[in-house]
Each structure stands twice: as C-alpha cells, then as structure tokens.
Design a protein around this ligand. Structure first.
Ligand code: NI
Ligand code: MN
Length: 234
C-alpha cells in the first residue's frame, strides 16, 4: 500500500512511531524503554510532538511519564487519563472522548470505541483512567489509519468503516486480553481495510495469537496482512 510519505515504525506490542510527511512525530502508546519487544536501537526517539494514548494499562502508557518529561509532547487521551498525566508532569494535554475529533500537529485524530478496561497502575493503587479507546488518524494526504488499541471485536466497527473508511488498520491479535486471530478476522470483515498490521501478540507467552494464524483466517478477504517485525518501518 502507498503510504504517500507517512512513515510508520512498529516499536513492538501496541506502540507505533509515526512520522508525517510534514515531519511531525506521533507516538501511539508510550511503552518504549521497558517494552521487551522494542529493539534497543529504537528506544531513543528523535522527538515526540503528539503522544496518543489508547488507555492506561502499563503495557501502553508505562513509559509515558518519563517520555513526557523528556519530549514535552501534546498528550491526547481520555479526559481522566490526560488529567492523570497532567498531575504527573505533562505540560500540554488535549483530552477528548469517543466520537470526537480534533486537530493535533498536522493530523486530525478521532477517538473511537474500544471494548476493553482501563485502570492506571499508580504505585500500589489502580486509578480510573477513563474508558479504553482507539484512534482514527487522518493525514493531510495519504491513507487514513485506525489503531484499534486493546479491544474485543464489536459490531460498531461497521460504524468506523462507514464514517471514516480507514485503509490501514492496526489490530490486536494476541488473545487473552484482546481479540485473538479469529475475532480479528471478523474485525477485518467489518472494517474492510486495504491492509492490516497485526499487533499485541507474542510480547508475553500468554499472548498466543500469531500472524500466520491471522493470515490463514483472513486469506479469503482480499486484505493485505503486513506482518511487521519490531523496529521495522513501512
Ligand atoms: Ni490493555
Ligand atoms: Mn495491552
């Protein structure tokens, strides 16, 4: 698929570093330094303009506070998650909620539903982090990208298709805490993207879904499965 100058690097698990054709840097889910799948040579980021947070679990925002202090990005997330980030030192927050869109840097992001939980581990407490979400990212040109966050499959993915028509989607396939390959294949039917990047698998032994299994289950759909390796850029 032609990304028209958009560069997307998978840092492992659900974390993606996206560079826009205009040179803006977007980090989806700040789990980098402590992400066991992130290659060491990718852990030092050249900067972050926008930090998109899908939800507050440690395998998504575990390095958020540290990265916020270092790079001072605009933090986008659910209202409660943003307020928590602000309390932890974020100077720029841009809270939102599902169904809403806003411009950040040179993209437009829409927060969409995810069927998942969201508590933030804060010391020995779990605090409410708002609801878990996904994002549709619209660039000045090029394909629309949908990062589903952690989620089960849900019928309203059809609405995401109808409203935004994302061409490239990142879907979790690891099972146990999110969809497995079977559910993600149905998500592909609902979303009808041109291409899909599987994520959130294999990081821990319990996340058993594999890209091969996912490919088999989607082979009749005419959708390109882009099985990236951690650190790879498309
Ligand atoms: Ni989660
Ligand atoms: Mn997760």
């Amino acid at each position: 698929m032609n990304l028209q100058g958009i560069k997307i690097t998978w840092l492992g698990h659900a974390t993606f570093f996206i560079e826009t054709p205009g040179g803006k840097k977007i980090l989806v889910d700040p789990w980098v330094q402590n992400n066991p799948k992130c290659p060491d040579n990718k852990k030092k980021l050249p900067g972050i303009d926008v930090m998109l947070c899908t939800h507050g679990h440690g395998d998504h925002i575990g390095d958020g506070v540290e990265l916020v202090k270092k790079h001072n990005p605009v933090v986008v997330g659910a209202f409660e998650l943003c307020m928590w980030m602000q309390k932890k030192g974020a100077k720029q927050i841009s809270p939102m909620n599902k169904g809403g869109s806003q411009p950040v840097a040179d993209v437009r992001v829409t927060m969409v539903h995810a069927d998942h939980s969201c508590g933030i581990q804060d010391g020995d407490e779990i605090v409410y982090g708002g609801e878990a979400a996904g994002y549709v990212i619209e660039f000045e040109k090029g394909p629309k990208v949908y990062h589903a966050g952690d989620t089960a499959v849900f019928g309203d993915m059809q609405l995401i298709r109808d409203l935004y028509k994302p061409e490239l989607v990142m879907l979790p396939i690891g099972d146990l805490f999110t969809m497995g390959p079977r559910e993600a294949a149905l998500a592909c039917k609902l979303l009808q993207p041109k291409a899909v990047v599987p994520m959130h698998f294999g990081t821990f032994p319990a996340l058993t879904g594999t890209p091969d299994e996912f490919k088999r289950m989607t082979s009749n759909l005419g959708i390109e499965v882009i099985a990236m390796s951690p650190g790879q850029t498309i």
